[in-house]
Write a protein that binds this ligand. Sequence first.
Ligand code: PLP
Length: 368
Amino acid sequence: MMRVHQDYWQNASSGYRASKKVSELVEEARAEVASLIDARPEEVYFTSGGTESNNTVIASADALLGSEAKIATSQIEHSAVLRPIERLETAGRTVHYVPVNAGGVIELDALRSCQPQFVSMMWANNETGVIQPIKEVSEWAREGGIPFHTDAVQAVGKIAVSVQECPVSFLSMSAHKFHGPKGVGALYVKEGMRMQPAMLGGGQEGGMRSGTEDVASIVGMGVAAKTAAAQLSSKEQQIRERRDLFEQLVLEKVTGVSKNGELHHRLSTHSHLSFQDCEAAGLLILLDEYGVQCSAGSACMTGKQQASHVQVAMGIPEERAKSSLRFSLSHTTSKEDVSYAAEQVARAVKKLRSVQTTGIGPVTVYTP
Ligand SMILES: *Cc1c(COP(=O)(O)O)cnc(C)c1O
């Protein structure tokens, strides 16, 4: 990325010779990103991230569908899918929010029975890490000729994602979820699918997404994709072992802890735990002070006091939902990190529980 800024700063779409090299760098990155999901480079368009990819597909579906057509999504989608779909609903479109079971897996029968004309369903959930039955949904959608979008932002680069094995129509990705730069992502559009671009202008990205390419970020995403593809299974195994160790240590040290989400179908990078009689908001502040950065719900939910919609959809009682934390790991997380984090979790829970039982004011306003 530094080299692009310094040596290849020309506009990728200009006519002079130096631009040719710049556009080649963009195409190399496109090939890497396409290869990561088993797509062809012509089917991959760069965007500013997962949010833009999701919004583009949903707005396009709305524009291309008849006004009577129904949309189905799930109750546990990221806000970058739910908010744009809610806007369509406000404007009069019928939307079905497919429920999930207690493990956070979508109910396939409920999806099939609502007979939608467009479906948007995430590959893996950002809070619990639970992996959804995308193969089944994509095959069912293909048979019925239903355009199917998947927000695969949490899955790409963490687990094997193949648009050949799972024949989706549209797929959203984001570089910063697999160690790439923030502010760049991509959208896969299956060849032959109709798509209405959100950005009109100079016709970059084959007319699908106008605007001068952010070449450095695109190159960064390409490198991240290449690295992720090369190390996918070995890293996944390592992360899984550390995550399992983390959960084992926390359960040994702390009473009243429960794990959330279907345990055998979740990303190895995620651990979602509830701590009885401990408000997540207070735990977050203490853990941050102790050097452990985690979150309650998603980053986008921070600061909001209501229980996460994902946990509500899973039927987790409000009190337990408000005492849940999400821990994320990557291949850079060492065994030492994991045991340090588990120690600090035990310390924070102990402190918070003692404050609560001695009655020093409400937990939500507690500052260390
Ligand atoms: C992070 C995330 C997004 C948003 O991606 P950005 O690139 O940050 O806009 C969308 N969906 C899911 C599931 C995510 O985890």
